[in-house]
Design a protein around this ligand. Structure first.
Ligand SMILES: [Zn+2]
Length: 232
């Protein structure tokens, strides 16, 4: 992964907050290097905390609005001006045909023409993260027009920390030591998504993961990625 003014990076995530957790530091680095970054949120992130089907209450509407506003504030800090919000219900992507999700991504690829796509890894507990990976895989067929030449997956702390057998094995490491403070600033926009340590999605949890990934690359803090495809 190399960032320049020619880089066009499409980040495809399931929920608002995945962009910060998975690759917030990398987004900051890319934007600073003059790259154009676009984020595609395939769904919302609130409904899974309500009883299935009960999404008409004022409380639900308020919580959904708060999550969207949190995302807009985080995008401002990340310096991302191009984004797309989908309305799929959280943790229910499996209610939809994979084809429909893939077609949304295909359309975005045709419009944005990314050089690089960053997305979820398949080795996660969250069903939406896994299906996002599958949909990206389908949407990025190399024979498609404007198919990206570089695709990498990232991990989401929590969902990726609790798998029984599969685990994320990064082979690309982005030094985010200089971007760390700002990444945390963006993360703190998502008030209510964190819980006290040792819950993974805590300040200490995020720091532990960034330092653990850094250990693999001689860096103080890193975000790990897995290269899925690169065409040279
Ligand atoms: Zn998520």
């Amino acid at each position: 992964m190399f960032f320049s003014t020619d880089s066009r990076i499409l980040v495809v995530v399931a929920h608002p907050d995945d962009e910060v957790l998975g690759c917030g530091g990398t987004i900051l680095k890319a934007v600073n290097a003059g790259a154009t970054v676009s984020i595609m949120f395939l769904g919302e992130g609130t409904s899974s905390r309500f009883p299935v089907g009960e999404y008409h209450s004022e409380e639900f509407k308020t919580k959904t609005k708060i999550r969207t506003n949190s995302a807009l504030n985080a995008l401002e800090i990340l310096g991302v001006k191009d984004y797309w919000f989908g309305e799929r219900l959280s943790c229910q992507f499996d209610n939809e045909k994979l084809l429909a999700i893939a077609k949304d991504i295909e359309l975005r690829i045709q419009q944005f023409k990314p050089t690089t796509v960053l997305t979820h890894d398949r080795s996660e507990v969250n069903v939406d993260h896994r299906l996002t990976y599958d949909a990206v895989e389908a949407a990025c067929r190399p024979t498609m027009q404007n198919s990206p030449k570089e695709i990498l997956s990232f991990e989401i702390i929590c969902s990726g920390s609790w798998t029984f057998e599969t685990s994320f094995k990064p082979n690309v490491f982005v030094d985010i030591s200089d971007e760390w403070e700002k990444k945390m600033e963006a993360w703190h926009c998502y008030k209510g998504e964190d819980r006290p340590f040792p819950f993974p999605r805590s300040d200490e949890g995020l720091q532990a993961l960034s330092e653990y990934r850094g250990l693999s690359a001689g860096l103080h803090k890193a975000e790990g990625f897995k290269l899925l495809r690169k065409i040279i």
